[in-house]
Design a protein around this ligand. Structure first.
Ligand code: FES
Length: 157
């Protein structure tokens, strides 16, 4: 993840003609690169497409995949869809909260981990499930959480 190197925003903008219909694709590219939408990048998009910042903000808040807040290096998504909920996904969330000291929607002070609860990830047979960046974990029980997080440099408890 590259933070505070806004020059890459220019590289993204250059890929697209100055037309509003490319706005979502541009924001998705920025999100993918920085893991969130930095304010400076939004200013650059505003200038490039000549559209009001308010329009960028409304799009950024409408699409769940876009985030205005910086996310951690590792984004932990715990499924809380029906099947996972029945299989006690809440106890997984509680354990992560205990180990990392963050609530859902928050990021650790060192910027390493973010925690999110999400709807069905489409793998109900393996419930409860969680995903860290692109790595999938199924049939998770609370006692596994500390070990999994330590793979990413989390504190072992
Ligand atoms: S409800 Fe969690 S994967 Fe479907």
């Amino acid at each position: 993840m590259v933070l505070h190197d806004y020059t890459y925003t220019n590289t993204i903008l250059k890929k697209y003609p100055r037309e509003q219909r490319h706005l979502l694709a541009i924001l998705q590219d920025i999100q993918r690169h920085y893991n969130y939408l930095p304010r400076k990048s939004l200013d650059m998009v505003r200038d490039y497409l000549d559209i009001p910042l308010s329009k960028l903000y409304s799009m950024a808040t409408f699409y769940r995949a876009l985030s205005l807040k910086p996310k951690g290096e590792y984004v932990i998504k715990v499924c809380d869809g029906t099947a996972c909920h029945i299989k006690s996904s809440q106890s997984i969330i509680d354990e992560i909260r205990k180990v990392l000291n963050i609530d859902s929607g928050e990021t650790t002070g060192d910027g390493k981990f973010s925690l999110e609860t999400v709807n069905c990830l489409g793998s109900c047979a393996a419930s409860p499930v969680m995903v860290i960046n692109d790595k999938f974990y199924g049939k998770v029980i609370p006692s596994m959480v500390g070990g999994i997080l330590s793979e990413y440099g989390g504190p072992e408890n």
